[in-house]
Design a protein around this ligand. Structure first.
Ligand SMILES: Cc1ncc(COP(=O)(O)O)c(C=O)c1O
Length: 423
């Protein structure tokens, strides 16, 4: 039979899906369905958590809401986002500083896609899986800031400054793939003129390490300098103890910066299925997103926007911030203690809903998963969070990301029994 070759350039799905497919092959089940232990997955509980607010299961809208949405977001959602940051972080943003996207990832992808060619990206060695895919797909060179066992996955501002000095400018016909910044002895002489954008999840997925207070203020100040910018991905903002923090607390005048604060309803508002995210940036940068939306996105579903606007009401948001911090803080502690007692060498910070650590007994994450699959459980192999993507030779190869995001309190004993049987 004649076959038609696909017209599209092949590109594999992001790393997390690799684990999902292996799981399906081994168990015949989709991870996350009833009876599975979805420790590889990054979704939160979508049902109310103890002490938390109700979660809507209905959305009211009118015929008017079935018209095309506005390019950068409807007024009620823009106002709700503005008021949220101005209230909780004394930010000073206007609705013109906000663009709404269908989730956090499209906002991140759009920012990287429109970054001018002369800009270089600085990304920590251990980061959110699809940053690597996006950088590669966009053929965007980047430099890696060390984040590994040697610095306990806790790079400092000095590490960022040092990495920025290794950046090299774009040269025509370089021909290098994204991620492979050419090494050059003369790199330093260009360093001053190469604009650098820090791409960072904070709290960090997978490590949970979180910059707050003075260190975050200093990082924001650095990224506010001419020739610097930052994309702060705050998807896990609520999941931090003792309380959430945001780069927006420390930004003096966002219109004078190339800072991009990204967040979403996905984690903190517990609604990944609504597909609502946003980017907060200077009005000049937001205008580009508006233009992009008019060309390639057509706005975001109105019912989703209406629902999220209601969920961001200040009283509800206050309750959610406290309840999420408390519930997931307790889960972080109890799973942390149990994992340590089983011999895992943990490096987890104070944020997010993951544990990050080395698997005991010298097993690689892939070997460990083979054992877990027999119990319909899986973790995310650490190699998928390695921005060098060194594969089995990576220092990450016996690291795992254990997600407690989708877990109810009641599953703890069974979860630990499975882990105990597999170490
Ligand atoms: C660090 C980080 N940023 C952003 C997101 C946002 O995802 P979404 O595109 O589902 O809103 C996620 C979700 O896994 C994440 O872990």
């Amino acid at each position: 039979m004649p076959t038609t070759e696909a017209a599209l350039t092949h590109f594999p799905p992001m790393g997390v899906y690799e684990t999902l497919f292996k799981f399906l092959d081994a168990t015949g089940k989709y991870m996350g369905t009833e009876g599975t232990h979805p420790w590889a997955q990054g979704f939160p509980l979508t049902s109310p958590i103890p002490g938390g607010p109700d979660i809507p299961t209905r959305i009211d809208f009118t015929y008017t809401d079935l018209k095309y949405p506005q390019a950068t977001g409807g007024q009620e959602l823009l106002v709700a986002i503005r008021d949220y940051y101005n209230h909780f972080y004394k930010a000073n943003i206007a609705t013109d500083n906000i663009a709404v996207f269908a989730g956090g990832r499209p906002g991140i992808y759009a920012t990287l896609a429109f970054l001018k060619p002369e800009w270089r990206v600085l990304v920590e060695e251990t980061e959110y899986t699809p940053y690597w895919d996006a950088l590669k797909l966009l053929n965007r060179p980047y430099a890696v800031v060390p984040s590994n066992p040697a610095n306990r996955f806790r790079p400092t501002l000095e590490d960022y400054k040092a990495a920025s000095k290794a950046l090299t400018p774009q040269r025509p016909n370089d021909g290098h793939a994204a991620g492979q910044v050419p090494q050059s002895n003369s790199a330093n002489k260009f360093a001053h003129s190469i604009p650098a954008l820090i791409l960072k999840s904070n709290p960090c997925n997978p490590t949970g390490v979180t910059w707050t207070g003075e260190p975050l203020r200093s990082l924001v100040a650095q990224c506010s300098q001419p020739g610097w910018g930052g994309l702060f991905d705050e998807a896990y903002e609520f999941f931090h103890e003792p309380e959430p923090d945001s780069a927006l607390r420390y930004i003096e005048d966002i219109d004078q910066t190339n800072l991009f604060i990204v967040s979403a309803a996905t984690k903190g508002l517990q609604t990944p299925g609504l597909r609502v995210g946003w980017v907060i940036a200077s009005k000049a940068n937001i205008e580009i997103f508006r233009n992009f939306s008019s060309i390639a996105m057509g706005g975001v579903a109105r019912p989703s926007q209406i629902c999220v606007a209601g969920m961001l009401a200040l009283d509800r948001a206050r309750l959610a911030r406290v309840a999420i911090g408390r519930y997931y803080g307790e889960q972080r502690r109890r799973y942390g203690e149990a994992l340590k007692s089983l011999g895992f060498d943990l490096y987890t910070g104070d944020g997010g809903f993951y544990h990050w650590g080395r698997i005991p007994g010298g097993a690689t994450a892939d070997e460990f998963n083979e054992r877990l699959f027999k119990h319909e459980a899986a973790i995310l192999p650490g190699t998928l969070c390695d921005m060098h993507r060194l594969g089995p030779s990576s220092p990450h190869s016996n690291f795992m990301r254990f997600s407690f995001g989708p877990l109810k309190r009641e599953s703890f004993e069974e979860d630990i029994a499975i882990l105990r049987a597999c170490v």
